[in-house]
Design a protein around this ligand. Sequence first.
Ligand code: FAD
Length: 301
Amino acid sequence: MLSKEILGSITAYTCPENVKTNEVLKGYTSFKIGGPAECLVEIDTVQQLTDVSQYLKREKVPYYVLGNGSNTLFSDEGYEGVVLHLGRKIDEIRVEGNLIYAEAGAMLVSVSRTAQKNGLTGLEFAAGIPGTVGGGVVMNAGAYDGEMKTVVKKVRAVSPKGEICELNNEELKFGYRYSILRGTGYVVTDVVFELKPGDKEEILAKMNDFNARRREKQPIELPSAGSTFKRPEGYYAGQLIMEAGLRGFTIGGAKVSEKHCGFIVNTGNATSSDVRDLIGEVQKRVKEKFGVDLEPEIEIL
Ligand SMILES: Cc1cc2nc3c(=O)[nH]c(=O)nc-3n(C[C@H](O)[C@H](O)[C@H](O)COP(=O)(O)OP(=O)(O)OC[C@H]3O[C@@H](n4cnc5c(N)ncnc54)[C@H](O)[C@@H]3O)c2cc1C
């Protein structure tokens, strides 16, 4: 239970309208699932993000940094602690030669478009990933022929100890849907991308092609968190799930997408338990049939 003193300090670092108690989280995620957060803070500036996260670390208050919520499954019980929501105000994007500087709340789609308009190639893969720069770098988001690992030069963050730090590409230890930032208490404030000069028309054509493929193959018309599982080595999760006979398999409001079996979709009133039960059932059946362990890609709280 957050004390009045803690809520008062958070308000002092931000402003009263930005501090919401018992805020229902379903509206903040692409899955449209989640109970109330004890406190949700709308973050408007890098300074606020730094100050509030340093304060919460000092006071050992549990917190969760939420970007666009497109890879997050909150619990039906909600979140005990503080959700730091990077809204649309912490989204500056600046181009300097081959470098793009972006604040953590900027959408990957916007950074990708900015790169195209400036004749910079390397971020085409991100044109349809519905996440923020912060979430993307934490997850080493990737698609088609690219991933964040190939374009991130450095990241500025608040470290687990509360210090402002910079990590270069090597220090980020990127792996498949992994970086050192994932689950370790870092709070990303801004990112520098390093791209290469390219032809604007060619870059645009590639982005359009990737987005057309997405629309054709993925159930983007229904709430989800993208691919539910990581790609197991040597296989495709969606194919294994389909071949296990689970296309359209449903628990409560959660369903294995008929369009792409690698996606679990919310058909309307799915709860977090529906999704977690369905994940468990899919894992069990795929393991029984193929002996393969499917590991969730999404953040489950
Ligand atoms: C339709 C659809 C398609 C998708 N396609 C792809 C795809 O092609 N490739 C792919 O990789 N992903 C894909 N995703 C998943 C998702 O969009 C990406 O993982 C994205 O990078 C998540 O960004 P976010 O801001 O929404 O993250 P969130 O869900 O808000 O957060 C994800 C993780 O990052 C952490 N985080 C977020 N911001 C910060 C920050 N500033 N500092 C520290 N930690 C932070 C969170 O705490 C959490 O651990 C898809 C999702 C959907 C719904």
